[in-house]
Design a protein around this ligand. Sequence first.
Ligand code: URA
Length: 217
Amino acid sequence: MITHKFEKIGELDAETTKQSLKEIQNVCEQCKACDLHKTRNHVVFSDGNPTADIMLIGEAPGADEDATGTPFVGRAGKLLNEMLAEAGFSRKEDFYICNTIKCRPPQNRQPEREEKAACEVYLKAQISLVKPKIILLCGATAASSFIDEEFKVTQIRGKWLNIFDGIESMVILHPSYLLRNHSEEQGSPRWFTKRDLENVKKKLEALRQQESPVTQI
Ligand code: URA
């Protein structure tokens, strides 16, 4: 497994981080680096908090996202919201949400290698600027953008991985997959995802605690 190094952009204050992301978004909205620009209605850049501790990277915008310009607002997004809330997260505060590619592939087909390559510059800039404590790679497409070995999502999900230099990362199952698998019984995909998100919550609390330990008097 290759560890991806991200250039540290020093300690930017929240306002500068937001402005820098906005500037990159403006460039991305004019992007014509691959053919997806011909069919898109909106570039879908991000949602959530630009200084969040957790970054969630999905696959690609679907029809609802293309129509609104916001990631994860369709059925998969609604399920994601429910599961994040159930694990005790605020999507708005705790998460910065984006996708591997920013434009919808026609008929929701999987993104092609060239499309991912063309879009990589934006995703890498987002990671460098947001500098999250945790990255969640949501589904096989997001995971395969950073994991160079053969893998099965169902086998690597839930493990803490050393993919990004200095950032804890985990692959989780994609909510679109969970929409096709309704069972919440022990051992089911939804059951595993619930456990994974609970572990993410615990990890986040531990990382925050390390950063500012409470002094015992
Ligand atoms: N699926 C994704 O991977 N991303 C979205 O934004 C919506 C659905």
